[in-house]
Design a protein around this ligand. Structure first.
Ligand SMILES: Nc1ncnc2c1ncn2[C@@H]1O[C@H](COP(=O)(O)OP(=O)(O)O)[C@@H](O)[C@H]1O
Ligand SMILES: [Mg+2]
Length: 247
């Protein structure tokens, strides 16, 4: 579904992405792992068009999207949630989801009555499926961190992406909140067949949810493959996982 080849990106001479390669098969959960500063968020920004690559290529469903704008990429079916909470905190939960549903249908707020009814129904349906309906009239700023993150994923899914990017979806979460996100990722993958690409610092979580792993080290892809192959890969052990963790 997504094919990245020999991608490079420098910031004022500093090569944050030195040679990234990645292939994401349709319907799988794929994780990009690597220590802080490895270039994971930069890679995601390149995929979503928030940054432009210096060289190399990104193909999504046979279309070369390397030079596309974020808007074009979103319309092609790549959705994302950001590492930092990125929702309109002064709107209610309902209004936030409604905005995403409106954007999906490319409509503005001046709707005829029947369309308004459908919009309300669809918004409630989304809230229901994410367990957020009881908070529909709450301001987003009043939600717990875990609920805000779930809302953020629900908003990202509002545009009905084919590929969802999650940058450290459990950063700063309690074990309970983390477990909720893990269950959500598994449900979206298994029940809805969504393809998911995520970065995550928690390696236990990665080995639990991912069908494929890519290891980024100093901006370079040093391995990609099945979790068990990554676990036993000598260069990965040396660069990142550490002997103790992979025993
Ligand atoms: N906009 C930017 N300008 C300059 N340097 C950046 C920028 N974005 C990221 N970097 C640098 O690129 C490297 C990779 O960062 P990042 O992609 O955030 O890593 P990760 O997400 O793996 O922790 C870091 O050294 C970071 O300081
Ligand atoms: Mg990051």
């Amino acid at each position: 579904m997504l094919q990245i080849e020999q991608l490079k990106k420098s910031f004022e001479g500093y090569q944050a992405i030195a040679n990234a390669n990645l292939s994401v098969p349709q319907g799988e959960v794929v994780a990009v792992i690597g220590p802080n500063g490895a270039g994971k968020s930069t890679l995601f920004n390149l995929i979503t068009g928030h940054l432009t690559a210096d060289s190399g290529s990104i193909r999504f469903q046979e279309t070369d999207i390397t030079q596309f704008t974020p808007h074009q990429i979103c319309h092609h079916g790549i959705g994302r949630s950001f590492q930092l909470i990125n929702i309109f905190s002064s709107l209610t939960v309902f209004e936030n989801i409604q905005t995403a549903v409106l954007a999906k249908h490319r409509l503005d707020r001046k709707l005829f009555k029947p369309a308004k009814k459908l919009l309300k129904e669809e918004t409630l349906e989304v809230l229901n499926s994410f367990g957020l309906v009881r908070y529909k009239d709450h301001l987003c700023s009043s939600l717990s961190y875990g609920d805000q993150k779930v809302l953020e994923i629900a908003i990202a899914l509002g545009s009905k992406p084919k590929l969802l990017l999650l940058d450290e979806p459990t950063a700063g979460m309690s074990p309970d909140e983390t477990n909720r996100i893990v269950q959500l990722i598994k449900r979206l993958s298994k029940d809805e067949g969504l393809t998911i690409l995520l970065t995550e610092h928690d390696t236990d979580l990665v080995f639990d949810v991912a069908q494929k792993i890519m290891v980024l080290h100093q901006g370079e892809t040093i391995a990609q493959g099945l979790p068990e192959d990554i676990r036993s890969d000598k260069s990965v052990q040396k660069a990142y996982l550490g002997e103790a963790e992979v025993c």
